[in-house]
Design a protein around this ligand. Structure first.
Ligand SMILES: Nc1ncnc2c1ncn2[C@@H]1O[C@H](COP(=O)(O)OP(=O)(O)OP(=O)(O)O)[C@@H](O)[C@H]1O
Length: 688
């Protein structure tokens, strides 16, 4: 085809696709108007009772959800099309599903089963497709189409075989925000995103292989495909606020606003205001703390002493054995120490009422016996005989005349009884419990015989310092679960990103929020930070699910150029010899090394940033330093341990040897730093 012919064919195809897209937009507008009217009608209904009011709200909410989806979808509404081999109607693929007024499909949601071939078909396995078409949009205008012929047939005049859109998606400058990739999800990613496995899926792979992309699109898929799980909420858990900000646009631009993005601080509802050495944080992350905290709570739940209570209906005494049985009842069901006190009280009140009832019945029996002896009559039989003549009923004894329900209610409020119950089951506060556990040096020594004495002493010495460290927050969450019961919010599906960062105690805080164990866990153990001791997914997950999880590995790197990736090879061989380097699809310059010279690192850095900004306007520069370095420069400055998950066009690593030497995780921090750049990697080294 000549260039002129191709241009003419392209113009015609773009025109056809534009007409189809216009029809979809018109339908979006029409459906939106219909739904707004329907919602107004529902809300105008006056509910007759509470259940109708709930139904009304639920219906209105459903309309609102769809209205929101329709509004969110208008940007790049449709991005692809698939055409079957042997003719037949093609299907347009886009952000949402749309039908016209007659119920005919106009657009298929990218998450629908019918859209799967768009992602999965290859020339080797075309899945019944002849052609896959990608549409490039600018707002509501189609700018270009690009086709792949999958079944080996010769291109027809309307086919516009060209570069795939992936290259284009990857070629733009970074914006500091991650973009959604529904139109360019690759086959190995898509298989994970729409996997039917509802339990735990672990996805690993080297830096830049799309783990975060997969995790976020998986969240969107779960919301679409599994309404029951979606109804219980989806959580995306990330390591820090900066990272969550970086990914925060992706789900809304996929039309999903109902996903909660949260760090550990968000989940626990406390800020970490104190820092501590990584060594100490690592120690505080160990699972032994769960046992220590549980033992500390149990120590407050052991008393079972007799209870004596004077009431208007007599004095009741419960022997220690009965109190012990009530204590055991309270301990059932892991409801937390504080909620369990109410159960203990209720059980003891039942026992007391029973005791009082027995005493009243006994007293009455004795009274009757005495009367009968005195009168020579069997009172019961005489009364029953009299009543028998009146009709079929039994005699109410005076003991039954007493309103035991009222007595029970009174006892539940009785301050004297409450006092005795609190003596058996003292009031605990999670924060105090945790501080007491951290301060208990002999218990720490017994639980961590392998830990350096100085580290344990340091934990104990700072136990009552104001504020919390990050590692404390997982411990606090554990203490709260033991003291106050399970967290108020749990989720139907939880996505964990940068999962290699989680300590065993942190894992417990996450698992607590996902009782159904439906999770997507993504991470790379070679990027593990300084505070975690977890070195395999089995180590991390076995305490919760043994080996019942699926494990997938991504292999293609979409971020880092092949040249940069190659430069990480020796480092990767040292930190994770079992890992293979992923395959990069980008090419660029080899990494550079710049010596700071006599002016020093700071001055050299400022000059380098100024030069790069002038040479590459609009591109994003990230300066990665040692965690404790202070630099003042016009660029995003990130301490190496916080660089996980982020990406920039150019990365300047300040003093890489210093980062590598900074502690046990230094080499892994440097590996993370080296794999953040999409175009240029520059190492700024001190000296001439
Ligand atoms: N299918 C895709 N289409 C377009 N861009 C993609 C695709 N997959 C990945 N990318 C891009 O590649 C880059 C790396 O992806 P992502 O951050 O998900 O990788 P990662 O495996 O989580 O990396 P890291 O381990 O370093 O955190 C991002 O810019 C992402 O948008």
């Amino acid at each position: 085809m000549s260039t002129a012919e191709r241009d003419a064919a392209a113009a015609q195809q773009v025109g056809e696709e534009q007409r189809a897209l216009d029809a979809m937009h018109a339908r979006v507008e029409a459906e939106r108007a219909e739904r707004i009217a329907a919602r107004a009608t529902v809300l105008a209904r006056t509910p007759e009772d509470a259940s109708e009011s709930v139904t009304r709200e639920a219906e209105a909410h459903r309309f609102q959800e769809r209205i929101r989806q329709l509004e969110a979808a208008v940007h790049a509404l449709c991005f692809g099309r698939i055409d079957p081999s042997g003719g037949g109607r093609g299907l347009h693929i886009g952000r949402i599903g749309l039908r016209d007024a007659h119920g005919e499909t106009l657009l298929v949601d990218w998450r629908a089963e019918a859209a799967r071939p768009f992602y999965a078909a290859t020339p080797a396995e075309p899945l019944g497709l002849r052609r896959r078409r990608h549409l490039r949009l600018q707002g509501r205008t189609i700018e270009d189409v690009s086709d792949e012929i999958l079944d080996g047939s010769a291109p027809l005049p309307g086919d516009l075989v060209g570069d795939g859109p992936l290259a284009e998606a990857l070629s733009g400058a970074r914006t500091g925000r991650m973009r959604e990739a529904a139109s360019t999800l690759q086959a190995e990613q898509d298989r994970i995103v729409r996997s039917p496995h509802r339990g735990i899926t672990v996805v690993d792979g080297g830096p830049g292989t799309g783990k975060t992309i997969v995790a976020l699109h998986r969240a969107a898929y779960v919301l679409y495909a599994w309404p029951a799980i979606a109804g219980r909420g989806v959580l995306v858990h990330g390591p820090n606020r900066r990272f969550l900000r970086y990914i925060s646009d992706v789900l809304p631009s996929l039309g999903e606003n109902d996903v909660q993005l949260a760090t550990l601080e968000d989940l626990v509802g406390e800020q970490a205001t104190r820092s501590e050495p990584h060594r100490i944080a690592r120690l505080k992350g160990r699972a032994e703390f769960a046992d220590l905290l549980a033992a500390a709570v149990r120590a407050h739940q052991v008393r079972a002493e007799p209870i004596t209570l004077r009431t208007a209906h007599g004095t009741a005494t419960l022997p220690a054995t009965v109190v012990e049985a009530a204590r055991r009842t309270a301990l059932q069901d892991d409801r937390g120490h504080e909620p369990a006190r109410a159960v203990l009280l209720e059980t003891l009140v039942d026992d007391l009422v029973h005791e009082l009832e027995e005493a009243a019945a006994q007293e009455e029996a004795e009274f009757e016996h005495e009367l009968a002896t005195q009168l020579g009559l069997d009172l019961d039989r005489a009364v029953a005989g009299d009543l028998g003549r009146l009709g079929p009923t039994t005699a109410a004894s005076p003991a039954e005349d007493i309103d035991w329900d009222l007595i029970q209610a009174d006892l539940l409020e009785d301050p004297g009884l409450a006092q005795q119950v609190t003596a058996l089951w003292p009031v605990l506060r999670a924060a105090d419990l945790l501080r007491d556990v951290l301060a208990d040096l002999p218990a720490l020594r017994a639980a961590f015989p392998d830990a350096p004495a100085a580290d344990l002493e340091s934990i104990a010495a700072s136990a009552h310092d104001r504020g919390w460290t990050i590692a404390d927050l997982s411990l606090l969450d554990e203490a709260r679960a033991l003291v106050d019961g399970p967290p108020p919010h749990v989720f139907g599906h939880v996505v964990v990103d940068e999962a290699q960062q989680l300590s065993p105690m942190h894992w417990r805080a996450i698992m607590r929020r996902c009782p159904e164990r439906s999770m997507t866990i993504v991470g790379d153990l070679a990027q593990a930070g300084p505070t975690t001791s977890v070195r395999s997914w089995v180590d991390a997950l076995a305490p919760f699910v043994e080996d019942r999880f699926e494990h997938r590995t991504l292999t293609i790197n979409y971020r880092t150029t092949a040249e940069i990736l190659e430069a990480t090879r020796p480092l990767l061989a040292r930190i994770a010899p079992e890992q293979r380097l992923s395959t990069s699809i980008r090419h660029g310059q080899a990494p550079q090394q710049v010596a700071a010279g006599a002016a020093g690192l700071d001055a050299a850095l400022r000059e380098l940033v100024a030069q790069l900004t002038a040479e590459h306007p609009g591109e994003l520069i990230g300066v990665i330093t040692r965690a404790d370095a202070v630099v003042d420069v016009e660029a995003a400055v990130i301490g190496a341990p916080d660089a996980r998950g982020l990406e920039f066009d150019t990365v300047i690593i300040v003093d890489p040897a210093g980062i590598e030497a900074a502690g046990e995780a230094g080499p892994r921090d440097l590996y993370v730093a080296m794999t953040r750049a999409t175009r240029r990697l520059i190492s700024l080294v001190p000296g001439e």
